[in-house]
Design a protein around this ligand. Structure first.
Ligand SMILES: C[S@@+](CC[C@H](N)C(=O)[O-])C[C@H]1O[C@@H](n2cnc3c(N)ncnc32)[C@H](O)[C@@H]1O
Length: 392
């Protein structure tokens, strides 16, 4: 599946055309975590060429601009969720459109794929207006066979704008893995009271809630021991017992099998022994009501992604780091992290946010290793664009 548009570069051209800008090292620590203020294309190339990180990143979460044609600002320490206002400090601009926007995203994705480990995953947060085009770009780069989910994220309460169309309360997160062998720590969501009553309708004398499931499963036999008679009963045709008959005997002695009036045995499953239910692909994680940075994302959302798709020894990368939601969650969950953002306001916000973690978790402030010479986020983007035009 491929998307064709004018001036689409080859992957080799993308890599070769990225300039090698020297990043100034502000402090030097033993911490493996990196915070980089730079255009992420430059920084990603350096992670590959200078830090030898190709194939070593287990988890990438990115929340890039969404082609909204907005300038996002922070006024008196408060972020406007969306603002066209000329007041306040510019956090970042989101003014690329159409093919330019898609190529901007594609350039980063090409490098991000190089950085991703074989058991790695990438989650890309985007909105419903441009997201379906980005899906095709991601299919092209990561392969349709590695597409895992299009997660619907419910982001806000219902809206009552007088617009002809349904209210938009969701955005989407496109989730791909590098291979079939991805890190996957099954996430569970707690049962609600309603689930408890509906899914575990039976109660023991002591009030313990449970349900029952068939004692047999599809398939002729797995081994001889699961096709033997249990209390004189054979599994139905084309099925086998879930466990060896000796285990079924044990369950029966422990009162874990319920016999129906017509002599059909079923296994009891207790509510209080379940971790929760399987997580589905509609997630309700509303963003902070008073964001410290424009379009700051919900921290619980990042916690789920990080716990599910990375391990304790994983490196987590966010190259559109914003306020550092991903970095803080990685830090809190004991993961190594790399954060990149070109905006001065973003870097300031990240340092504040991680300072708060420092108080809780005693992290070393010397983790903030790299800052570029150019500390004018928005200006940096303009300089970069100029450079691209000059070299085109
Ligand atoms: C939507 S915000 C990310 C918000 C973040 N997820 C959070 O929870 O706070 C996008 C960020 O990408 C940054 N950005 C945009 N283009 C960039 C580029 N070329 N290089 C580095 N950062 C960039 C912006 O400065 C902005 O902070």
């Amino acid at each position: 599946m491929q998307l064709h548009y004018p001036n689409k570069k080859t992957e080799q051209e993308i890599f070769d055309q990225i300039p090698n800008i020297t990043l100034e090292q502000i402090n030097n620590s033993d911490s493996p975590n990196l915070l980089i203020q730079a255009n992420n294309l430059v920084a990603l190339k350096q992670l590959i060429t200078q830090h030898n990180l190709a194939g070593k990143i287990d988890l990438i979460y990115i929340d890039p601009p969404f082609a909204t044609n907005n300038i996002f600002t922070i006024t008196e320490g408060r972020a406007s969720a969306i603002s066209n206002s000329k007041n306040g400090n510019v956090a970042y601009s989101d003014t690329l459109k159409g093919f330019d926007f898609l190529e901007f995203i594609r350039e980063r994705l090409v490098l991000l794929k190089m950085l991703l480990s074989n058991k790695g995953s990438i989650y890309l947060h985007i909105d419903y207006k441009i997201g379906h085009y980005v899906k095709i770009v991601m299919d092209e780069i990561f392969g349709m066979e590695n597409f895992r989910n299009d997660i619907t994220r419910v982001k806000c309460n219902p809206k009552n704008f007088a617009r002809k169309g349904y209210g938009n309360v969701k955005d989407l997160i496109l989730f791909y893995s590098k291979s079939d062998n991805l890190i996957w720590n099954e996430p569970k969501t707690p049962y609600t009271e309603e689930d408890k009553i509906k899914l575990f309708p039976k109660t023991e004398k002591d009030g313990r809630r449970y349900t029952t499931i068939p004692l047999h499963a599809p398939g002729e036999t797995q081994n001889g021991k699961t096709s033997q008679p249990f209390k004189g009963i054979f599994p139905p045709k084309g099925r086998h017992w879930r466990s060896d008959v000796s285990i079924l005997e044990q369950w029966n002695n422990e009162g874990l099998i319920e016999w129906s009036n017509n002599g059909n045995p079923r296994k009891k499953i207790y509510f209080d022994e379940q971790e929760g239910k399987r997580m589905q692909d509609i997630w309700e994680f509303k963003d902070p009501q008073y964001p410290v940075y424009p379009t700051e994302k919900n921290a619980d959302l990042l916690d789920i992604i990080i716990k599910t798709s990375s391990n304790g020894n994983s490196i987590v990368l966010d190259c559109f780091a914003g306020s550092g939601t991903t970095l803080k969650s990685a830090q809190t969950n004991g993961r190594q992290w790399i954060g990149i953002d070109q905006s001065e306001e973003a870097i300031k916000t990240i340092i504040t946010k991680l300072d708060r973690v420092e108080q809780d978790l005693f992290i070393d402030k010397s983790e903030y290793k790299y800052l570029t010479e150019n500390r004018q986020g928005i200006q940096h983007e303009a300089v970069w664009k100029e450079w691209q035009e000059e070299t085109a």
